[in-house]
Ligand binder design. Sequence first.
Ligand code: F6P
Length: 568
Amino acid sequence: MDDGGRWFADLERETVMASAALICDTEPWKDLTEHVNAIEKTHLRDLMNDVDRCQSMMVEIDGILLDYSRQRVRLDTMEKLLKLAEAARLRQKIDRMYNGDHINSTENRSVLHIALRAPRDKVICSDGKNVVPDVWYVLDKIKEFSERVRSGSWVGATGKALKDVVAIGIGGSFLGPLFVHTTLQTDPEAADCARGRQLRFLANVDPVDVARNISGLNPETTLVVVVSKTFTTAETMLNARTMREWISSALGIQAVAKHMVAVSTNLMLVEKFGIDPANTFAFWDWVGGRYSVCSAVGVLPLSLQYGFPIIEKFLNGASNIDNHFYSASFERNLPVLLGLLSVWNVTFLGYPARAILPYSQALEKFAPHIQQVSMESNGKGVSIDGIPLPFEAGEIDFGEPGTNGQHSFYQLIHQGRVVPCDFIGSIKSQQPIYLKGEVVSNHDELMSNFFAQPDALAYGKSPEQLLQDNVPDRLVTHKTFSGNRPSLSLLLPSLDAYNTGKLLAIYEHRIAVEGFIWGINSFDQWGVELGKVLASQVRKQLHLSRTKREPVQGFNFSTTTLLTRYLE
Ligand code: F6P
């Protein structure tokens, strides 16, 4: 390009940037920034005394109760946040998503995970084509295949039924299915359907993960599902080759056809790998990896374990929330309210993290899944138009089930940094225990903590209270809890497949709402690329050094030293 051309391109870019408004330039944003001062003067102890306020901050949808009265918001804060949603054109952005517009603009793709759980007769289009029949074609194929495997009509190379499944995949091709599996395995109805079967997940390229996952398995009775959207992910492909070797060295290469199937959008590479296209379950580029648990990525391994009818209930739960998100007014819309509160906490109040605290061991893998969905989606520094953001977006998600977390990081949450918390509980236990002579069941004991912790965070304990309790002077500051720490509570009726689907969709849409408000692209993930490129340079070096004894070169001093030590 000559100088004139470059000048013109610069000018064009400046014009685009000037015309693409950032949300922080809008009046509602400025109003909220000023409003922070008013909120800084409030304490949750006082806000919680206003019963009308608290009542309007309870929203119940199809048995799921959200209580956000312990957020550092007043009623006028919520009005201002709703105005921000309007300024961000949230309604239009949701419509564009449901219409199949290419809202993932950097990859020029629709974002249609809602189509993965839509009823058969729904019409959802991407590029002018209704995608729902394609979705149901694959779901029907999974139903049929999983029934054949589970009933023993599909057998392995030696004629034995395949009762164990190893699903290979990483990131979005792993964390969502693992979360759902972990939740369902103690649900009585699902567990009953999984009797005698095992589902394992092989994600890490660390050989230890291979060793753990094949331990105790017999290749004759094992089915391997290779899950990769691109079918190029280095870790997954190496693990797939390792498992192919495990099967073929025991049963011969022809056994691969009976013992390995795939889930991918890249059917060509699957075939090249040696998996029969007839045993491949497709999905589409309008499904983001981290939003793919409702595609064959999750539905195939989970149906093999629990049977398709259970997983259909999970899909129905997610679909129920898709309808709610699309049609409910923003004032009573769970994902919208949650998304707006997250933006308020992260960007306006300056709390960078969020703790996801399910009072349920079955939700043990929920936080790791949401961590990926949230941080890969919203960990961005530029607007969707490529303009650097002058404010903080994205949040640091972490979490552990209660009460375990209470004995780990809650100290910091109570007396150290302020971390807004999501408390998630279930009215019914999956596995209730009533000990003879105990009035309070084990689940009651667990839930006592679920109800107590939010108040401990909100109210704290003042020096005056401590002195009244005869706490010695020297310990008063140590034992003081400032309180005023925000949290919200989500109370589910139970943790069956249906409600698990709802929980997933609430969080998926919440994360989209946050991104829509911040004005970023929540559906690309360029940030993971650089590390992959550098790893491939190191891989080449290792190969050269090992095969041709070439010295390490082309790296900085630090990496050269480390690599040389590793090779020695
Ligand atoms: O970690 C980055 C990522 O691209 C995720 O978005 C994705 O879910 C994961 O890798 C796995 O990718 P694939 O399904 O293509 O193997």
